[in-house]
Design a protein around this ligand. Structure first.
Ligand SMILES: [Zn+2]
Length: 322
């Protein structure tokens, strides 16, 4: 498992730039001070030499005592503060101003990725997963089972479905996760729970793609019929094959022809061979799936996927009538 590598590289670069910018701006402020504050340049030079003097004192290369150099450095620093204050500058005026006090914009706190960079990676993960906008709204904690209470069997079933997907999200490991097939009519919460699943996994650091079947096939079409400039569409189809979890929403909403059917087959088949999980949701029932994708796909889908049947009344209609 891992963060989306493309995002990771991009964000590492962002951090390098951020760090360089903070250092360059600090240098510029220091030069400004040297021009304005009489005697500061000499003071700074003397201060920077104390570092070498300290090193020499410690290693025995000089006769100066460590304490003496340390006292000199402290005295010089005090003089510097007083001098800056006299010109109306704060003592830290030429210090670098990093966005993050913990990692100083390096992205790392020791060996660990700093929290600030993890946040940035998650954000990029939402964006590249394709559901940045839905993420805030459709979460596990605001999925209400109340809408299913009108029918005791639906309620019981949906409680099971909800728990299963929540547990799937919390215990997900790329190599071990099952494929899920979310079946059921529109408005029963399939999109809500798959969005919540995507968000949870991105927050846990996994590379997730959430796509409508139509959008995915459009990407493959653009690639196939793309102009001779090649990758101008900027679509990286590999991600459909190698992301940690692929979620295909609304399978069956796309136009049915040989190209679309074989695209779906290829993606699913490749991921199954690589041992990478996929979650597919569809409004079609089993017979409709068979009719649409012939047995070649459906036997593959039904054999490798764990079906979860969504039931109840259209939640969106219930919400509207409240
Ligand atoms: Zn940080």
């Amino acid at each position: 498992m891992g963060y989306n590598m493309e995002n990771f590289r991009k964000i590492r670069e962002e951090y390098k730039e951020k760090y360089k910018k903070a250092e360059a701006e600090a240098d510029a402020r220091r030069r400004e001070l040297w021009q304005t504050v009489d005697g500061l340049r000499d003071l700074d030079r003397a201060l920077s030499m104390t570092a070498t003097r300290l090193l020499n004192a410690v290693s025995g290369k000089s006769n100066e005592s460590f304490e003496k150099v340390k006292a000199d450095a402290e005295r010089l620093n005090r003089e510097r503060d007083i001098l800056l204050a006299a010109y109306g500058y704060p003592s830290d005026y030429s210090d670098p101003r990093y966005e993050c006090d913990i990692c100083h914009d390096t992205g790392y706190a020791g060996e660990e990725i700093c929290e600030c960079m993890k946040r940035r990676l998650r954000l990029a993960g939402y964006e590249s997963s394709g559901i940045a906008r839905l993420m805030g709204e459709q979460r596990f904690d605001n999925f209400s089972l109340d809408y299913y209470k009108a029918n005791a069997r639906s309620y019981e079933n949906m409680t099971y479905v909800f728990k299963t997907i929540l547990e799937y999200a919390n215990t997900f490991e790329t190599e071990k996760a099952q494929n899920l097939l979310l079946l059921g009519g529109t408005g029963l919460g399939k999109t809500h729970l798959s969005t919540a699943l995507a968000k949870t996994l991105i927050d846990r650091g996994y590379d997730v793609i959430y796509t409508g079947a139509i959008g995915m096939i459009a990407d493959f079409e653009k690639h196939r019929f793309g102009n001779s400039a090649g990758s101008e569409s900027g679509i990286n189809l590999d991600r459909y094959y190698d992301c940690d979890l692929l979620i295909i929403d609304d399978l069956g909403s796309e136009v049915s022809n040989q190209f679309t059917v074989s695209t779906v087959y290829n993606v699913l088949n490749n991921r199954i061979s690589l041992g990478l999980p996929t979650v597919v949701s569809t409004n079609l029932n089993q017979k409709e799936l068979n009719d649409r994708y012939w047995d070649r796909i459906t036997s593959r889908i039904l054999g490798e996927f764990r079906p979860l049947l969504f039931s109840g009344s259209d939640v969106r209609k219930l919400k509207l009538s409240e």
